[in-house]
Design a protein around this ligand. Structure first.
Ligand SMILES: [Zn+2]
Length: 405
């Protein structure tokens, strides 16, 4: 199985319980000025150019004209305005190695920063990123309140505190394990498992409290956006991100676009029937994926006191622990096959805290995937992304960038 570490992580440091600042990245980010930055209202043409530079890096004017289908005169006006806003810079004539030097423009990733927040009901994780999704700072801490007003108050404090360190903080993304439906252009949290929330207009409430644009997303969806834009699945037209930890979720990108579904949470694969008989999940489904694949299921199936204990026994080659992990891998292979059969993605990213599954039982996973794949389907490329506890917060931050452009 291919293992890929995306370049954005090369400078990143992740800690638990403390704030870690990447000094090198932060000094670059501070160079221009620490003046607050208010995100300007952008025209469609400005958005198109900015998005292209965010996703693809520096471009010549000729390439930008071709890709955005703007006239040369319009492109000139658009780039002049984006330079004026401080979002891009002109690099002058540069040699591309293909004929004449061309006039190049580039994003200024440090022009504005975004903050991502992941809420689980037990912890809150934060990540601060630049406009290219590079992580400048991460932290996580226990946080057990489920009361909406208390959570809002605490989050507002965290945003203000972060803005104190990073005056150019421009937008906030929040992700959580929930459905997220849109109501008049604003995200409403529906059915948040870990928090017991239903119908909470979090986007509107938090945006009002912090006076910044806020984007609220399902956690796996947020991670999928981040991997599609800047991570393992960078700019792949069709992609599924399958995250396995406390639950199993799939985010799907088709033809370059994230599938939203009607309630902001497609890819619900937890209750796929993977075996004809066997264990029953909490909802009474026989042979259900969630009775095998989640961390809690593996732990329960072997009678371990904690998931960490199970992982230790796997490392010690304990037969029962290994069997449970192999069974989880087989079930996960079936789930992946179902996703590929249904939406025909050619790349699948596996990530999440339950990495022991693909670390130990890669062969079982792959065998089940091939066995249950439609005979006419092409096996997908499987990529593994090493998971950090603040990855969902990174995803939320990238969702905030997406919200801005
Ligand atoms: Zn089930």
């Amino acid at each position: 199985m291919t293992r890929v570490t995306p370049p954005r992580r090369s400078n990143e440091q992740v800690t638990s319980g403390n704030v870690t600042i990447d000094e090198a990245a932060d000094s670059t980010a501070r160079r221009p000025a620490d003046a607050p930055f208010a995100w300007p209202s952008l025209s469609q043409g400005q958005r198109a150019v900015l998005l292209d530079l965010i996703l693809h890096g520096p471009r010549s004017r000729a390439e930008l004209t071709r890709r955005t289908e703007l006239s040369r005169a319009t492109l000139s006006r658009v780039t002049r305005d984006l330079v004026k806003h401080g979002l891009i810079e002109e690099r002058g004539l540069q040699n591309s190695g293909r004929g004449r030097p061309s006039d190049v423009v580039a994003l200024r990733p440090e022009a504005a920063l975004v903050m991502g927040i992941e809420l689980t009901g037990e912890t809150v994780a934060l990540a601060v990123c630049d406009l290219q999704g590079r992580v400048l700072e991460t932290s996580d801490r226990p946080f057990t309140s489920h009361d909406v007003d208390t959570v809002l108050h605490e989050l507002t404090g965290m945003v203000e505190e972060t803005r104190g360190r990073h005056p150019r903080l421009t937008a906030v993304g929040v992700c959580l394990g929930a459905d997220v439906r849109m109501d008049r252009g604003s995200a409403v949290v529906v059915d948040a498992d870990g928090l017991g929330w239903d119908e909470v207009p979090l986007e509107r409430l938090l945006s009002r409290a912090v006076r910044l644009p806020v984007a609220v997303t399902n956690n796996v969806q947020a991670l999928t956006i981040a991997h599609h834009w800047f991570g393992v699945g960078e700019q792949t037209p069709s992609l599924a991100v399958i995250a396995v930890g406390l639950g199993i979720g799939a985010g799907i990108v088709l033809d370059g676009e994230l599938l939203h579904g009607s309630r902001g949470h497609p890819g619900k694969v937890s209750h796929v029937r993977v075996f004809g008989d066997g264990r029953t999940c909490d909802h009474g489904h026989v042979g259900c994926a969630s009775a095998y694949v989640t961390m809690r299921a593996m732990q329960r199936n072997t009678g371990h006191a904690s998931f960490d204990d199970l992982v230790l026994d796997v490392a010690a080659h304990d037969a029962a622990a290994l069997a449970a992990v192999r069974q989880a891998a087989t079930a996960l292979g079936v789930v992946i096959a179902q996703v590929v059969n249904l939406v025909d993605v050619n790349r699948v990213v596996l990530t999440g805290q339950a990495r022991v599954i693909w670390d130990v039982a890669d062969e079982a996973l792959r065998a089940a995937l091939l066995e249950r794949l439609d005979p006419a389907a092409e096996p997908p490329e499987l990529l593994v992304h090493p998971f950090a506890t603040t990855d969902y917060a990174w995803g939320a931050a990238v969702s905030a960038i997406r919200h801005l452009v």
